[in-house]
Design a protein around this ligand. Structure first.
Ligand SMILES: *[C@@H]1O[C@H](CO)[C@@H](O)[C@H](O)[C@H]1NC(C)=O
Ligand SMILES: *[C@@H]1O[C@H](CO)[C@@H](O)[C@H](O)[C@H]1NC(C)=O
Ligand SMILES: *[C@@H]1O[C@H](CO)[C@@H](O)[C@H](O)[C@H]1NC(C)=O
Length: 438
C-alpha cells in the first residue's frame, strides 16, 4: 500500500531532478512497540499479537532516513527485544519480530512505558526541534498492576505520541484513555479479543500514517481535527474578495479567473498526503462557470503532470477524482452530483481510501467507486485551487479542507447548507437564510 520504491524506479529518468515522493512510508519516524507479554494472554494470542505487529509494520520503509522500529515486551519487567536502529531493512525487521519469544508474568505497564521513554527512544534535546516523529504503540490485554499515568505523562512531555491499543474486556477504557495522547478518539483503539485484532489493522495503519504525515491540527475544529485547511494555507482568505457565504454568518471568497492560487506543494503538504482523507469543499459555482470544466483542487508534479485532481465539469455535470496509480497512468472515479451545478451553495465531500472513494453532496450519499492503488505524491511540484481548464471560471469558496481522519466524513455534516438544515422551511425576510445551525 505504501510502496514507493517501485514508482521511483519507474521514473528513473526523472530522478535527475530533485524528485521527492512522500507518503507515510517515507517520513522519519522512531516507532516503539510496547507489547504485553503477561501470562493472561497465552502463547497463541501472543503469536497473533506478533502477526498483527508484522502486518501494521510492513507498509513502512525501514531505513536510517525513514522509519526505525523498536520492540519492548513486558510483564513484571520490560525486555528490549529489538532496539531502534538495529534494522535497515523491512523484511529483516519483520522476521525478527516473528522470532520474539513469549515472556509470561504479571502486567506492569507503567514500568514498561518508563523504560521505553528513558532507554529506548534517543534522549531528546529540548533546544533542538525534533526532526523525527516519536511514536509509541502500547498493546495490552490487562489492567496494569502499577501506575500508568505518571510514566505516560512523562513520555508525552518528551514529545512522544502514545497510542493505547486494548484487547479484551479486562482492560478498562479509562486506563487506555489515561495513558494515551489526547484526543482519545485518535489515540485509543479497543478490540474484543486477539482473534479480531486484524479488524483494526487498517485503522492502526492510518493512525500511524496520520501521525507522521498530518502533524497539524486545523484551528477552530472540535477536538482539533488534523488536516489541511486550504483556505488559509493557500492564502485564499488574503487574496480573494470576501463575500457573503452560504449563511449570513458565514464568509466566502470569490475566486475570479484572474486570481492565481498556486503554492509549492512542499509548503502545503510537506510530508505528502495520507493514504486516506476526507476532501470537503463548500462552494458555489456561478454562471457561466457552471457550464465549464475546471480543477477545483490539484497537485502537479514538477513537470506539471497532474498527480491528484478534483475536476468539476459543468457541461457533463460531473465530478472526477483523479490520482496517480501504481499500475496505470491515472486512476479516476466519475460522479454525477448534478445539483452541484445549479449555481446554488453546496457541500461536496469525497472520502478517499486506499482502494475506494465515496462521494457525498450536501450530506447525501452519491456513489462509491473502486480506485486503483494510488502512489504517493511528489512534493516538489505545485498545488493549485480552482484552475480553469477552459475559459472564465468564477467560483465562490467557503470551505476547502482535507481531513486526515476518514471518520471525519461522518462527523462533518453539511449544516452550512440551508436546504440540509431546513429542508422545507421558508427563507428569512430578506430571502436569505437567517440562522446558523451548528
Ligand atoms: C495479517 O495479515 C494476513 C495477510 O493479510 C492475514 O491473513 C492475517 O489475518 C493478519 N493477521 C493479523 C493478526 O492481523
Ligand atoms: C492522466 O495521465 C496523463 C499522462 O500520464 C496526464 O497527462 C493527464 O493529465 C492525466 N489526467 C488527469 C485528469 O489527471
Ligand atoms: C502512460 O503514459 C506514458 C506517457 O504519457 C505512455 O508512454 C504509456 O504508454 C502510458 N501507459 C499506460 C498503461 O497507459
Amino acid at each position: 500500500m505504501f510502496m514507493l520504491t517501485e514508482t521511483c524506479t519507474a521514473h528513473t529518468d526523472l530522478l535527475a531532478n530533485i524528485f521527492v515522493g512522500l507518503g507515510c512510508s517515507t517520513t522519519p519516524n522512531d516507532l516503539v512497540y510496547i507489547i504485553d507479554g503477561s501470562s493472561s494472554l497465552g502463547a497463541a494470542d501472543f503469536e497473533t499479537a506478533k502477526r498483527w505487529l508484522i502486518n501494521i509494520t510492513s507498509g513502512f520503509d525501514v531505513s536510517l532516513r525513514h522509519t526505525q522500529v523498536a520492540v519492548v515486551q513486558y510483564s513484571d519487567t520490560p525486555r528490549l527485544e529489538i532496539p531502534l536502529g538495529r534494522h535497515q531493512d523491512t523484511q529483516e525487521l519483520l522476521r525478527d519480530i516473528g522470532y520474539i519469544s513469549y515472556l509470561g508474568g504479571r502486567t506492569q505497564t507503567g514500568r514498561a512505558i518508563k523504560f521505553a521513554s528513558h532507554h529506548v527512544f534517543p534522549s531528546s534535546n529540548p533546544t533542538v526541534k525534533a526532526t523525527r516523529n516519536r511514536i509509541a504503540v502500547i498493546l495490552t490485554d490487562g489492567r496494569s498492576q502499577d501506575d500508568v499515568v505518571d510514566p505516560a505523562m512523562d513520555a508525552k512531555a518528551q514529545g512522544i505520541a502514545l497510542f493505547a491499543v486494548g484487547v479484551g474486556n479486562e482492560i478498562t477504557n479509562a486506563e487506555l484513555v489515561s495513558m494515551a495522547t489526547k484526543p482519545s478518539s485518535t489515540y485509543v483503539l479497543h478490540v474484543e479479543d486477539y482473534t479480531s485484532i486484524g479488524s483494526i489493522r487498517e485503522a492502526m495503519e492510518q493512525k500511524l500514517c496520520e501521525e507522521s504525515v498530518c502533524p497539524v491540527r486545523i484551528p477552530g475544529t472540535v477536538n482539533g481535527q488534523k488536516g489541511f485547511d486550504l483556505m488559509s494555507l493557500m492564502g485564499i482568505v488574503e487574496v480573494a474578495k470576501k463575500v457573503q457565504g452560504s449563511l449570513v454568518s458565514e464568509a466566502a471568497y470569490l475566486l475570479s479567473p484572474h486570481l492565481d492560487v498556486t503554492r509549492s506543494t512542499r509548503e502545503i503538504f510537506p510530508e505528502g498526503l495520507p493514504p486516506s482523507y476526507v476532501f470537503v469543499a463548500t462552494l458555489r459555482v456561478k454562471s457561466p462557470a457552471h457550464h465549464m470544466k475546471f480543477d477545483l483542487w490539484r497537485v502537479l508534479s514538477q513537470d506539471r503532470i497532474k498527480q491528484v485532481a478534483v475536476t468539476l465539469n459543468g457541461a457533463e455535470k460531473s465530478v472526477t477524482f483523479t490520482s496517480t496509480s501504481k499500475f496505470i497512468n491515472n486512476s479516476s472515479a466519475l460522479f454525477l452530483p448534478k445539483r452541484l451545478f445549479d449555481t446554488d451553495w453546496h457541500q461536496l465531500k469525497l472520502l478517499v481510501k486506499p482502494k475506494r472513494i465515496t462521494c457525498y453532496l450536501d450530506d447525501t450519499h452519491v456513489e462509491e467507486q473502486l480506485l486503483e492503488p494510488v502512489v504517493s505524491i511528489y512534493i516538489n511540484g505545485k498545488t493549485q485551487v480552482a484552475k480553469k481548464v477552459n475559459i472564465e471560471t468564477t467560483v465562490v469558496l467557503q470551505k476547502l479542507r482535507l481531513y486526515c481522519d476518514p471518520v471525519q466524513s461522518q462527523r462533518e455534516g453539511a449544516c452550512e447548507i440551508y436546504s440540509v438544515v431546513r429542508p422545507k422551511g421558508p427563507p428569512g425576510p430578506d430571502g436569505k437564510p437567517v440562522s446558523k445551525t451548528h
